[in-house]
Design a protein around this ligand. Structure first.
Ligand code: TYM
Length: 354
């Protein structure tokens, strides 16, 4: 979206029509976010960001770095600042074009925190207690089970609802948070009228849950203490190839997608998404070959796919001024769009307008 089209068809705006004109089909709105805690993994890329780039060609898209969410776990301040800038540059390197999509950093738009408070007051303790991510994180960070960690889904609901999106492209692990958001919409609209558009999760058929290379029963995660368990999208080709070579599989030799072969199923899914080949085709291509050949092939295909991202990232990081211009431009537009929803909500819940 360039500046001109954005102003005409801003996210959340209905297109104006002249009298007698048939209503034009509304361009759908997409929104998603990612935390800046560490360089994105192949899981983030395959499960989410890869689709974000494709969607911007057809829809009004808004993507942001969810830095406020990262505060739910204790962060080293200088590292978080650095990672947020890197995450922003990485999004652009992954093909999110700031002239086509709205791209910004969450904490630059205070409307998120403000709506989050109002939605927290409309979130039940019971529903928040059922969030599996809260239970997991509370167990992993037992020394810091803070209120933000608990109310995190209300902030995520605010992120989403401020922009009135139709679809939210995320990986499988965010499904429950999306359901929570949908429950808030139903509850809130039930009390106050039609305030929020009901968003739908857009979860890819393949690759919605990329698994750890060291423990295929666990999700691939950037917070995994074992770096061999995940591919960082900035890993050098030889590192990527080695990590795949060491990937945990099973004691068989046949490359085929079958129940109980979690390690091979994961590698086949990754390879299928990266090369566009079907699982059947992959089975045929590797018939009679062992796991060694297959792992080497997956490693080089992934390394090749990530090469341009790594190169663009390095280029963008050399021009911090340009990056700052992009996130400031994004924040300004995001503030303008989200302010409309926030004003409507404040009025509805009975806050005296200034
Ligand atoms: P985050 O930062 O954990 O992950 C970003 C996106 O990557 C997906 N993902 C995966 N997909 C497949 N396989 C994996 N192993 C894998 N790991 C991560 C996630 O599902 C996600 O789509 N709460 C969100 C950030 C957020 C957000 C939002 C998202 C904040 N506000 C509003 C959508 C809308 C999170 O922590 O994602």
């Amino acid at each position: 979206m360039n500046e001109e089209t954005r102003n005409k068809n801003g996210i959340g705006n209905e297109q104006k029509k002249s009298p007698g004109e048939k209503p034009a089909e509304r361009k759908k709105i997409i929104l998603s976010g990612i935390q800046p805690t560490g360089i994105f993994t192949l899981g983030n890329y395959i499960g989410a960001i890869r689709n974000w780039g494709v969607m911007q060609e057809e829809y009004h898209c808004a993507y942001f770095i969810a830095d406020l969410h990262s505060l739910t776990v204790r962060q080293e301040p200088a590292a978080l600042r650095k990672q947020s800038l890197e995450a922003f540059a990485l999004l652009l390197a992954c093909g999110i074009d700031p002239d086509k999509s709205l791209v910004f950093i969450q904490s630059h738009v205070h409307n998120h925190a403000e709506l989050s408070w109002i939605l927290s007051c409309n979130s039940s303790f019971g529903a928040l207690s059922r969030m599996t991510q809260f239970k997991d994180k509370a167990a992993r960070h037992a020394d810091n089970v803070n209120a933000g960690l608990f109310t995190y889904p209300a902030l995520m609901a605010a992120d989403i609802l401020l922009y009135q999106p139709d679809y939210v492209p995320v990986g499988e692990d965010q499904r429950q948070h999306l359901e929570f958001t949908r429950d808030i919409v139903e509850h809130f609209n039930g009390i106050y009228g039609n305030v929020f558009r009901m968003p739908e999760a857009y979860i890819p058929k393949a690759g919605a849950r990329v698994m750890s290379l060291q423990d295929p029963a666990k999700k691939m995660s950037k917070s995994d203490p074992n770096p061999n368990a995940y591919i960082s999208i900035l890993d050098e080709p030889n590192v990527i190839i080695n990590k795949f070579r060491r990937a945990v599989t099973d004691s068989e030799t046949e490359v085929c997608f079958r129940e109980g072969k979690d390690g091979i199923n994961n590698l086949m899914t990754i390879y299928s998404v990266i090369t566009g080949r079907s699982l059947d085709q992959i089975e045929r291509d590797f018939a009679g070959k062992g796991y060694g050949d297959f792992k080497a092939e997956v490693g080089s295909a992934v390394a090749e796919k990530l090469r341009p991202i790594r190169e663009d990232f390095a280029r963008f990081m050399q021009d911090k001024e340009w990056l700052a211009q992009q996130y400031r431009r994004g924040a300004e537009k995001a503030a303008e769009i989200s302010a409309r929803t926030l004003a409507k909500v404040k009025k509805k819940v009975g806050l005296l307008m200034p």
